[in-house]
Design a protein around this ligand. Structure first.
Ligand code: FAD
Length: 469
């Protein structure tokens, strides 16, 4: 079967678009989820794919999917491979569709504030193209230099400017998608429609389980006239959180809103820091800065000047650049061997909660971590008071599939977020790592999604096993 489908794909796409050498296949055998962080995932879930294809047009993607249906071969959409939940990890006998050659910016309209871009474009390249029009992308994750447009939509990622412009999904006006049968659907990119359900929502955050996004019309934004930075110290996380909740309720939409309590020695700063940046038109920036700082003072915040936040802003893509240079060129086993997780169990949890439950969650999560002998190294709120993160470490894990106290604590904390009316993850998706908790999260909604999946993907070939589907 392997040779037949390879020959059929070569005929359909041309010789150079079908790669079967071992190194290329191995480089596509993992994303940024290492087995030692994937506590509930069977070690056998990581597979070297049968083939990697690199189509450069929507029609070529459709041809791949039609052939995959014919041969009943699983298809794995692959963007930058930087997702941290294993959503792009191939299953046995699969064809990885690497979209990075599908990377053209098809159109930019400054007047409409839109860009039509192919899904394999790297976010940083798109942003650079927009700069030529005096525009910018509203999605600005740490991984800007390495993540693709299609991957960011499919995980509904969150970046620095999310307080102002929303998640990546919020910026999608229209999509071009190759469905799991090989048909192509183009959703309306009208600025607003009241003519039925929004079809884009089916594919945003769907982790490639319902189709391969080949292009997107995105809302893009004027480059700001002015940007200003501020740093405020608080004596306690609670004080800082109350200030952030009030800022948000008042309608402040900063370009950076990052409340962090770092406990990592020796970097640990005294107390709690709130990084704030404001951007937009001049009068708005001045007004937001003035009122925000006044409000922080009301919560006993102490201004530290702009420098620390300015440095934070300059360095916000460093981890993405380091990942590009030091990790992406390595084979999965080489990546995992060098990771700090060889010495220590760790996890970075990002949950969403109603504002009223955040502090209660923090307290109860801390108790769960302590009970398990784990240490919380950092608590933070990023872009909105509802979006809460904690970085945990513990004694070294045994290896893939470890089910010790640390893994139990991670699950217990995620379940706590669900039980308090929140979500177990606000920006990285589900992938393989969180698939076992999807039923709790979706409740009766999961059956609806499964039925949709069956209708759209009758052969069950499209990224099987991800999102709990
Ligand atoms: C150093 C670092 C920093 C990070 N910082 C952030 C951050 O600030 N904010 C954030 O939200 N995330 C962050 N991430 C996680 C990651 O970068 C995001 O999840 C990103 O959006 C994934 O994009 P990608 O192109 O790498 O997708 P991939 O990892 O390749 O794929 C992710 C999922 O999308 C699917 N997919 C990919 N392309 C398509 C397509 N065209 N059509 C359909 N499905 C597709 C895949 O099958 C998979 O299910 C970070 C990761 C790293 C390593």
């Amino acid at each position: 079967m392997g040779e037949d489908i390879a020959a059929a794909l070569r005929q359909a796409l041309g010789e150079g678009a079908v790669l079967d050498d071992l190194r290329t296949r191995q480089l596509h055998a993992a994303d940024a989820l290492s087995p030692s962080r994937a506590f509930s995932v069977a070690p056998a879930s990581w597979n070297v794919p049968l083939l990697v294809v690199m189509p450069d047009s929507t029609e070529a993607v459709a041809r791949v999917v039609r052939l995959a249906c014919q041969y009943r071969a699983p298809v794995i959409p692959f963007g930058g491979g930087t997702g941290v939940m294993g959503a792009a990890v191939p299953c046995a006998g699969s064809i990885v569709v690497d979209l990075k050659r599908l990377n053209r910016v098809r159109a930019v309209s400054r007047e409409d504030g839109t860009a039509l871009v192919e899904a394999g474009a790297i976010l940083k390249d798109l942003d650079a193209a927009l700069q030529g029009h005096g525009l910018m992308l509203g999605h600005d994750p740490w991984s800007l230099p390495i993540a693709t447009v299609g991957g960011a939509i499919s995980t509904n990622g969150v970046g620095y400017r999310a307080a102002r412009y929303g998640s990546m999904g919020a910026q999608v006006l229209g999509l071009e998608v190759v469905l799991p049968t090989g048909d192509v659907v183009v959703t309306s990119a009208a600025p607003k429609a009241a003519s039925g359900p929004n079809l884009n929502g089916l594919f945003i955050g769907a982790e490639g389980t319902l189709g391969i996004i080949t292009a997107a019309t995105l809302r893009v934004f004027r480059a700001p006239e002015e940007r200003r930075f501020a740093t405020v110290a608080f004596a306690t996380f609670e004080d800082g959180f109350r200030a952030v909740a009030e800022l948000s309720a008042l309608g402040m939409r900063p370009a950076i809103l990052d409340l962090t309590e770092e406990r990592r020695a020796p970097r640990a700063a005294p107390g709690v820091l709130l990084y704030l940046a404001f951007e937009g038109y001049r009068e708005e920036v001045e007004a937001q800065e003035k009122r925000s700082l006044r409000l922080c003072r009301e919560f006993a915040g102490q201004e530290l000047g702009p420098q620390q936040t300015e440095a934070h802003w300059r360095e916000r893509h460093l981890s993405g650049e380091r990942y590009q240079q030091q990790v992406l060129p390595l084979l999965p086993e080489e990546r995992w061997a060098r990771g700090s997780d060889r010495r220590q169990a760790w996890d970075y949890l990002h949950v969403a909660l109603p504002v009223s439950r955040v502090l209660k969650f923090r307290q109860q999560a801390a108790a769960i971590a302590k009970e398990a002998g784990a240490t919380v190294q950092e608590y933070s709120v990023w872009t909105a008071p509802e979006l809460f993160s904690l970085l945990m470490t513990g004694a070294a894990v045994e290896g893939p599939g470890d089910s010790g106290a640390f893994a139990h604590a991670v699950d217990a904390i995620l379940r706590l977020a669900q039980d308090l009316g929140g979500s177990m993850e606000y920006c990285h998706g589900v992938g393989l790592k969180l698939a076992h908790l999807v039923e709790r999260e979706w409740g009766s909604g999961l059956d609806v999604v499964r039925r949709l999946k069956r209708v759209l993907d009758p052969y069950g070939i499209m990224n099987p096993g991800k999102l709990g589907l």
